[in-house]
Design a protein around this ligand. Structure first.
Ligand SMILES: C[S@@+](CC[C@H](N)C(=O)[O-])C[C@H]1O[C@@H](n2cnc3c(N)ncnc32)[C@H](O)[C@@H]1O
Length: 401
């Protein structure tokens, strides 16, 4: 197959295969014996091999939509392992396979792609996570559907372990999902994986493992693993905090904050501020022949800059006394600068904070403190390119280091 064709297929089906050591780490989260394990999206069999290595007597049933992967994996499976060629979204066809039910274990690294929301998809998701607000969504993360379609095939008391985007655990969009997860599932562990886990894509993801039963225990374990899948550190949080977020980085950050001398004294929101992103893309500003401020314009070390007195047309622009910070970017989110003089249009990758003069110093000192930088990095969302939401920025504590 030509390289371009292969890349298109990879993108279309989200074919990013789990490194074997991470597949083993995922299976090692399963504490109970396995009689029957189901996997949607078997790929090249990384999880099937890991299951066989740890539980050689288990029955494995995988499904895979891609003809070539199906053919090559079928020839390498062990005798108690079976592969079905089918589309995970075709529930009406899957129900014809009686073996695709009543599993005691479900596993997966679903494709990280978006899909149009059909009634069938909506019903499947709401059946498992009724508080997940997807009623008005036109498209949805396929990972959520794969997770729910698998859970529907899991017996009460059964166990699951999945690679999922970290956004499921931190984004306000998924708070309903988290609510139902902590209410109806037990032994929940979220293990954050390094962004370079997959060789051909940088993604912020985690392993979520759980049992399908309620529990009295009010704690959730949050861990962080290295590229070998070995756990480097773990902490426990109370379930009442987990609807807001349930990722290691954030809670570790808060824990460290409590143990150093950083005292939060309110939030940016508590001041009289206005926060706006740029009104035009970089491309649009280039096409308009205007000088512009972008994420690449931040100075390395200086606290303030002069923007020069530029034409700004009708675009949103920064002026003397404004503070600029990056809104988007993986490597520059910890920057900030005060406009000492001048005016310039800025791109939609930038936030402008306009505040009263008396508050400029505390805002700037907080943004440039270690804790302030860590806050923004820990609150950045997005599977690949990271972005900071306006509400996360407004919620940033003002620190006196
Ligand atoms: C992220 S890969 C993971 C593969 C394998 N489970 C692993 O961990 O390496 C997702 C897999 O799901 C398959 N897939 C994508 N869409 C599918 C669908 N609608 N039905 C079944 N499998 C699908 C892809 O072809 C791919 O093999």
């Amino acid at each position: 197959m030509a390289r371009k064709e292969l890349m298109n297929k990879q993108k279309k089906f989200g074919q990013y295969f789990t490194p074997q050591r991470i597949a083993l780490a995922l299976v090692d989260q399963l504490n109970n014996p396995i009689t029957k394990v189901i996997e949607f999206g078997a790929g090249d069999g990384a999880l099937a091999r890991a299951v066989y290595e740890r539980f050689p007597n288990s029955n494995y049933i995988g499904i895979e939509v891609d003809n070539e992967l199906y053919t090559s994996l079928s020839t390498t499976l062990e005798s108690k392992q079976k592969l079905i060629k089918a589309n995970a979204f075709h529930e009406h066809i899957l129900t014809k396979y009686s073996e695709l039910s009543a599993a005691d274990t479900i596993i997966g690294n679903p494709p990280f792609i978006t899909t149009i929301v059909t009634n069938e998809i909506k019903d499947t998701i709401l059946d498992v996570f009724p508080s997940f607000d997807c009623a008005n969504m036109e498209s949805i993360a396929a990972e959520m559907y794969f997770l729910c379609a698998s859970i529907r095939r899991l017996k009460q008391g059964g166990q699951g372990s999945f690679i999922l985007p970290i956004s499921f655990l931190i984004s306000p969009k998924y708070s309903g999902f988290r609510h139902d997860l902590i209410s109806n599932f037990s032994s929940i562990i979220v293990t954050q994986l390094p962004v370079k886990t997959f060789s051909n894509a940088e993604v912020a993801c985690c392993i979520l493992s759980f049992c399908r039963s309620r529990e009295r225990r009010q704690k959730i374990e949050l861990a962080i693993a290295d590229l070998n899948g070995s756990i480097i550190d773990k902490i426990e949080i109370h379930k009442r905090h987990a609807v807001k977020r349930m990722d290691y980085s954030y809670f570790k950050f808060l824990k460290d904050l409590n143990s150093v001398n950083s005292t939060p004294v309110g939030t940016i929101r508590s001041l009289n501020v206005e926060v706006n992103r740029g009104s035009a893309s970089k491309r649009k500003l280039i096409d308009s022949n205007l000088e512009y401020f972008h994420t690449t314009s931040f100075p390395e070390n200086s606290r303030a800059i002069s923007l020069g007195f530029n034409e700004v047309s009708s675009f949103r622009h920064a002026r003397t006394g404004d503070i600029l910070i990056p809104r988007v970017g993986t490597r520059c989110l910890d920057r900030q600068v005060l406009v000492a003089e001048g005016q310039k249009a800025f791109t939609d990758c930038i936030f402008k904070i306009s505040a009263e003069e008396k508050d400029l110093d505390i805002i700037l000192r907080s943004l440039s403190s270690k804790s302030g930088k860590a806050w923004r990095i820990n609150n950045a969302q997005g599977k690949c390119a990271k972005f900071l939401s306006k509400s996360s920025l407004l919620d940033m504590p003002l620190f006196i280091d």
